[in-house]
Every structure is written in structure tokens, then in C-alpha cells.
Design a protein around this ligand. Structure first.
Ligand SMILES: Nc1nc2c(ncn2[C@@H]2O[C@H](COP(=O)(O)OP(=O)(O)OP(=O)(O)O)[C@@H](O)[C@H]2O)c(=O)[nH]1
Ligand SMILES: [Mg+2]
Length: 457
């Protein structure tokens, strides 16, 4: 995986047909290989879009394959930090495949998934946090996810970590100097000063972790299950929230028998909505299995929407569902408010803090309120627009590890422990930060991170 000396090639645009498709070459031979594919005698002018033809010289009679625009980006000022040539061809998988094959015949190797970004990291164009941001940006399904990923690419983590690392480095150097010249009895840094300096760094690490839980929720998305007794309008509500008629809706109780899932953008959160079989004790074998699956989904969901029908009296089955979900993070949707009312809201007898929203899955009334209330339940009421810096569990784990080591160093310094002890904790903190940015990251972690990419990225 870590062989940066050869020249790699891949289609950089998604599979399928389009107006354009881009083939990317990266490595020391990129310009030479592109030269053998293009019908031009002189080399490509750096950073200039050049119209040219791709010619297949491996055929018995050289044949033109496509008209393209080729751009050369000499090292080190390219995406990967290698010499790069990008060839914009017409977006046909047949053509693009042929161009890649011709590049391979001329000496290139097919790129592994994520290898372009891996090279950018190995060549120091991006640190590890930024390389991960590229993957997140490509994978984003909501604009908010894309924004957090782009901020991360722009350095919301990289810049403060670099600053913290240099503060740590300075402190470690002064402590080591004090250790190296003990006989002078001179300390390059006073004991009280050490505790204070470490405390300042620790607080900066903690500040980065502010909103980390919300960041993770935005980045990873979450699952929300819609439950209720049969026929209350779960599937209707599910379809409304998705904006498409995904699940079957009928007037018969027991319509939905299996879990139906789909992803929706809930005010910026990527929420996997799960429509479930109505919870009731009677029913055939299929329904029993459906209810078992509903209970399983309830176990892993971040939140639950309990649907009740206001056009019919509440009954034992409603109470059973309300009781079963009482300990979960939930919201109660009082559905069918367009129909004549059969009971008043107070009849639910819920504790004060449970969010109750009146909706009509038929008319769409109250749907925006339901979305907002669900978002509040998921985020604990924190505003999603204030985007947190940290969203990735790897980053959160390492920052916590760093913060913990700094806390230990601070405590050791405060009680006047020998420099060696303080230093050991500071080195641990520094190692955590260096693993975060990839200055010192084990190969298996790197492999795991770059596996997420697909070919051409
Ligand atoms: N008047 C009115 N009828 C609704 C509303 N929501 C759903 N219905 C009707 O209620 C019936 C049941 O709706 P579904 O969405 O299938 O209910 P469900 O909870 O998924 O039912 P099961 O899958 O059988 O558990 C259908 O006839 C819907 O048209 C609403 O807001 N107002
Ligand atoms: Mg249903």
C-alpha cells in the first residue's frame, strides 16, 4: 500500500455516464505516460488546459480514441504532491476504461482505493485529519456534514493541534533541559509555572472537545424508530418525513410487517428512519416476528417516535407502547388531528418533559414542528448551526487521551513531583496529538482510514 515511487492511474469521477469523466495520473512518470497517450509533440504546459486527442498506439493502426482536455500539475504543487496529469474525457465508462488501460500499457499501475489521498498525506500535502476530511466530504449526505468536513479540511483541527504541539514541545524542551543540568541547580522552568502552562494546554484540548457529541451525531447520523399500535399512521408519517411514498399505507391494521428503512436529512442530521410493524400481542407468525424486529430496532435507536391516533379512543395497546418506550429518548406524535377528536392531550398523562407534537400525516400539518422537536430530542436542544470542530470518534478518543495525560501532568507538577514524572505524562499527551494528525500513526490505523475511500480518490 505504501509505495509512492510508481505512477498510478484511475478514473476519478463516479462510475456511470456523464458529460465529462476524469482520468487522473500521479507519479514521476505521469507526464511521460500522458505524452505517449496524447497526439502532441511538445510537453503539456503546467497548469494550462490543453485540448488534445488520445491516440491508441497499441492498435495495429494508431487510432484516435477521444478528444480530451489535459492539464499537468507538476510536483509539489499538485493534489498528491507528485507530478499529476488530469485528463478530462467524455464521460463514457468504455472510453475512460480504455484510457486507463492505455496508461497502464504505457507503464502506470491501477491505483488502490484512496491512494491519491494517501500520497497527498505521505507527501505532506495533507495531514491525516485532512485526509479523513476528504473522505467525509465525499461521503456527506447532508449539507451540514459537508460543512463540518470542509472546515476540517481547511484546518479547524489541524491548526489548533499544531499550535498545541508547539506549546508542548517548548515545555518539554525546557523540562528536559532542567533534567540535563541538575548540578547547576538551575531550573529552566519553575514548578508552579509548569502546572499553569500544562493547565492552559489542557483547557485548549477540552475546548476542542466542546460539542464533540453533537459533532459525532452530525457526522455519523443516527437511527430513529417510529412505533405505535397498528393503524395509527406510522407508515404515513414515515412517508411524510421522507417526502416519498416509500412504505405501504392501507386502512387495514397490520399492513407493515417488516422494518422499512430510509435515510432523510432532518435539519442537517442524516437520520435513518425506521418504520415498524405495529406493536400488539395478537397476530400470526409473521406479525410476531415483525414485532420482535421492532423491539430490536428500539434497542439501537437514538430516539423513538411514538405514534398515537387522536381520532380513536386510547386503549390498552396504546398504553402498552407508551409504557414500553417510557425509559427511551422519545417524542410522542399525536396523529390524525385533521379528523374529529376523540380525546384531549392531557389524557396521555405524560411527564412534563416529554415532547408531544400534534400532526396529521394526511395533510402534513405539524410536520415541521415534528422535525424540529425530533431534532431537539436528538441533540438535547443544542443548536446544530454552531458546528463543532470535532466529529470523528478517532479524533475524540485521541483528544480525550491527550487531555487525560495533560491532566495527570498538571496534577504531578502541582504537587511538585520530579520533572521525570511530569515529562512522561507530557510525552504521552504529545504522542496522542501526533497520532491524531498522522505524524506518528501506526500502519494498521492508516490502512483502516484509507480503506474507506474508493478507487480514484
Ligand atoms: N385522517 C387521517 N388518516 C390517517 C392519517 N394518517 C394515517 N391515516 C390513515 O390511517 C390508516 C393507517 O395508516 P398507516 O400509515 O398504514 O398506519 P400504520 O400505523 O403504518 O399501520 P400498520 O402498518 O398496520 O401498523 C390509513 O388508512 C391512512 O390513510 C392522518 O393523519 N389523518
Ligand atoms: Mg405501517
Amino acid at each position: 500500500m505504501f509505495t509512492p515511487d510508481d505512477t498510478i492511474v484511475a478514473v476519478a469521477t463516479p462510475p456511470g455516464r456523464g458529460g465529462l469523466g476524469v482520468v487522473r495520473l500521479s507519479g514521476p512518470q505521469a507526464a511521460t505516460i500522458a505524452g505517449t497517450l496524447l497526439d502532441r509533440s511538445e510537453p503539456l504546459r503546467p497548469r494550462h488546459a490543453t485540448v488534445a486527442r488520445i491516440v491508441d498506439h497499441t492498435a495495429a493502426v494508431p487510432t484516435a480514441v477521444d478528444q480530451v482536455v489535459a492539464t499537468a500539475f507538476p510536483h509539489p504543487g499538485s493534489y498528491t504532491g507528485d507530478d499529476v496529469v488530469e485528463i478530462s474525457a467524455h464521460g463514457s465508462p468504455v472510453l475512460l476504461g480504455r484510457i486507463v488501460a492505455l496508461a497502464c500499457a504505457a507503464g502506470a499501475r491501477l491505483a488502490e482505493p484512496g491512494e491519491f489521498t494517501l500520497r497527498a498525506y505521505l507527501n505532506g500535502r495533507l495531514d491525516l485529519v485532512q485526509a479523513e476530511a476528504v473522505a467525509d466530504l465525499i461521503d456527506a449526505v447532508t449539507p451540514l456534514q459537508a460543512r463540518i468536513a470542509f472546515d476540517q479540511l481547511e484546518g479547524t483541527i489541524t491548526a489548533p493541534i499544531r499550535e498545541l504541539d508547539s506549546q508542548l514541545f517548548d515545555l518539554i524542551a525546557r523540562l528536559e533541559a532542567s533534567l540535563d543540568f541538575p548540578e547547576e541547580g538551575y531550573h529552566f522552568v519553575a514548578a508552579g509555572e509548569v502546572a499553569e502552562a500544562v493547565g492552559a494546554i489542557r483547557r485548549q484540548v477540552n475546548a476542542l472537545l466542546n460539542g464533540a457529541a453533537r459533532g459525532r451525531l452530525i457526522r455519523e447520523g443516527c437511527q430513529v424508530v417510529i412505533v405505535g399500535k397498528p393503524n395509527v399512521g406510522k407508515s404515513s408519517l414515515f412517508n411524510q418525513l421522507l417526502g416519498v411514498a416509500r412504505a405501504i399505507v392501507t386502512p387495514m391494521a397490520g399492513t407493515t410487517r417488516d422494518l422499512v428503512t430510509d435515510v432523510t436529512d432532518l435539519n442537517g442530521l442524516a437520520v435513518t428512519l425506521v418504520d415498524s410493524a405495529g406493536i400488539r400481542s395478537a397476530g400470526d407468525a409473521v406479525e410476531v416476528e415483525g414485532v420482535a424486529r421492532t423491539r430490536e430496532a428500539l434497542g439501537v435507536a437514538a430516539a423513538t417516535v411514538v405514534v398515537v391516533d387522536r381520532s380513536r379512543p386510547l386503549d390498552q395497546e396504546d398504553w402498552a407502547v407508551l409504557e414500553e418506550t417510557a425509559a427511551l429518548r422519545r417524542l410522542v406524535a399525536v396523529n390524525k388531528v385533521d379528523a374529529p377528536t376523540s380525546w384531549v392531550r392531557g389524557s396521555l398523562a405524560l411527564e412534563e418533559e416529554t415532547a408531544v407534537v400534534e400532526v396529521s400525516a394526511r395533510t402534513g400539518e405539524g410536520l415541521e414542528r415534528l422535525r424540529a422537536a425530533l431534532c431537539d430530542v436528538l441533540t438535547g436542544g443544542e443548536r446544530l448551526r454552531d458546528t463543532p470542530a470535532v466529529a470523528n470518534s478517532r479524533h475524540i478518543g485521541l483528544l480525550e487521551r491527550g487531555g487525560e495525560a495533560l491532566g495527570a501532568a498538571e496534577a504531578a507538577a502541582a504537587r511538585g513531583a520530579a520533572e521525570e514524572f511530569v515529562l512522561a505524562d507530557l510525552q504521552r499527551a504529545r504522542a496522542a496529538l501526533e497520532e491524531l494528525t498522522g505524524k506518528r500513526t501506526p500502519d494498521d490505523v492508516l490502512r483502516h482510514i484509507f480503506e474507506r475511500f474508493c478507487i480514484g480518490k
